[in-house]
Design a binder for this molecule. Structure first.
Ligand code: ADP
Ligand code: MG
Length: 243
């Protein structure tokens, strides 16, 4: 976009902004959270206890949004280690379940036998959380949230499906744009962040299908020698990649 004649790359702007926001805003937030927790312990606040808990959880929410901005930064360090997608899914299930239970959503995990990949675990968790939150938010009337993993030709596939309302065709081209949202309180960052996480893993994130019966997002990890290692090999080694 052209602002006062200077061409500014959205991603460069975001990445430098998010780095300074992280530093300047996160630290005072951590201090406030610490003092709130201290105050909570110091006295018996009776009915105000819920207010304190709300304040702490709102701080956590703001912090999570800052993390999403940071994930969009294109100069991010990622630390890849040997992981299996299935174990990351299993680790995330209880967390996702607590989100799902509020919306009458039932989780199905259909995990196939897949080889390990070189992954940044934190980032893959974030990607799974973003996609499953969207899936749950799409299912106002409940339904199934399905995780599926399998190998296909040259790829290891992760699918996350819901039985929600589907993505209207007229917005389908925009959903991966940063800040695009159709939700009243949405940030529009979930899919943009998830796609940049996929790209840092040389993977592709796409909508496989979407309609009245629901939506399936697919992440395709390349099945190549530098992204895959056989069990045992490279067990304690980590690859730090500067993107
Ligand atoms: P946010 O969730 O904050 O709106 P996202 O980047 O996560 O931002 O998603 C962008 C938009 O894509 C959503 O507002 C919604 O319109 C659409 N979307 C994403 N996932 C789904 C889904 N599983 N079903 C229907 N629509 C979806
Ligand atoms: Mg979202």
């Amino acid at each position: 976009r052209d602002i006062t004649g200077i061409h500014i790359d959205t991603y460069h702007l975001l990445s430098s902004m998010s780095a300074s926001i992280a530093h300047e805003v996160r630290n005072p937030m951590t201090t406030v959270k610490g003092y709130l927790q201290l105050l909570m312990e110091k006295e018996d606040w009776g009915s105000y206890k819920d207010t304190f808990l709300l304040m702490v959880s709102e701080l956590d929410r703001a912090n999570a949004i800052i993390s999403q901005y940071l994930s969009l930064a294109n100069n991010k360090f990622i630390e890849k280690r040997q992981h299996n997608l299935n174990s990351i899914i299993e680790y995330m299930l209880p967390l996702i379940e607590s989100d799902a239970s509020k919306g009458d959503v039932c989780i199905i995990a259909a995990l196939g036998t897949i080889p390990d990949l070189m992954l940044d675990e934190q980032e893959i968790r974030q990607l799974m959380l973003n996609l499953s939150r969207n899936a749950i938010e799409a299912m106002n009337h409940g339904g199934h949230l399905t995780f599926k993993t399998y190998t296909e030709a040259e790829e290891i596939i992760l699918e996350i499906s819901d039985e929600g309302e589907g993505i209207p065709p007229e917005v389908r081209r925009e959903i991966f744009n940063p800040f695009f949202t159709t939700k009243e309180t949405g940030t529009g960052l979930g899919l943009a962040v998830s796609r940049s996480i996929a790209e840092r893993h040389r993977a592709r994130l796409e909508v496989k299908q979407s309609g009245r019966e629901g939506t399936t997002f697919v992440v395709r990890f390349p099945f190549s020698r530098d992204s895959i290692c056989s069990p045992g090999e490279l067990a304690n080694e980590s690859t730090i990649q500067f993107n």
